[in-house]
Write a protein that binds this ligand. Structure first.
Ligand code: APR
Length: 187
């Protein structure tokens, strides 16, 4: 499913493995230690190869940890991309600990980083909805809203944002919300 925005910009939803979908920038669901892990993080390091962790080692030596809601950029190694943006989503507790703002910040920060690098296409997983336990529907609403606000901006140079959703349940949660919003939607 896709939704069109002013100037022909596109928000696209697909089911798949984010390491297989070409984009200028691929977003990782990382942790504050930038230490690798399971889920998307494991898949990205496996498919991208050791160059990604080597660059994270240098970043860690410089800045220590990455704050929740923030992101750092590395090479994409062997992935079909130029950069990986390692975004640190919030661990979900009860929704009253600033989780929504931190999750929105992940998406907004990665979109800003894409603009700074002149990346035209960027792919996102559903950040925080796996090991970090963020309820899928609530996370999808924040993700779609933050991306839509960016694509609505006339000065945005990012042309295409792809949500690569790992299973049908995640896809349906996003598609249901996207359908409910106004605008040109194409199946
Ligand atoms: N491509 C796309 N989506 C994927 C992939 C993949 N290859 N693998 C898993 N997913 C989906 C999961 O199904 C989930 O919906 O990504 C979503 C996010 O799940 P996690 O990867 O567990 O990320 P998160 O909840 O943000 O937890 C981050 O997990 O792997 C560790 O190091 C990571 O500590 C960090 C934590």
């Amino acid at each position: 499913m896709e939704k069109l925005f002013p100037g022909g910009k596109i928000l696209r939803l697909v089911v798949g493995d984010i390491t297989r979908v070409p984009a200028d920038a691929i977003v990782n669901a990382a942790n504050a230690a930038l230490a690798g892990g399971g889920g998307v993080d494991g898949a990205i390091h496996r498919a991208g190869g050791p160059a990604i962790m080597e660059e994270l080692d240098q970043i860690r030596a410089r800045i220590g940890r990455c704050a929740t809601g923030d992101a750092v950029a590395t090479t994409a190694g062997a992935l079909p991309a130029r950069w990986v943006f390692h975004a640190v989503g919030p661990v979900y507790r009860d929704g009253r600990h600033g989780e929504a703002g931190m999750l929105a910040s992940c998406y907004a920060t990665c979109l800003r980083m894409a603009e700074e690098r002149d990346a035209r296409t960027i792919s996102f997983p559903s950040i925080s909805t796996g090991a970090y336990g963020y309820p899928l529907e609530a996370a999808a609403a924040i993700a779609l809203d933050t991306v839509a606000r960016h694509l609505e901006r006339a000065e945005a140079r990012v042309r295409e944002v792809i949500f690569v959703l790992f299973d049908r349940r995640a896809y349906d949660a996003h598609a249901g919300l996207l359908e409910a919003t106004s605008g040109d939607s194409l199946e």
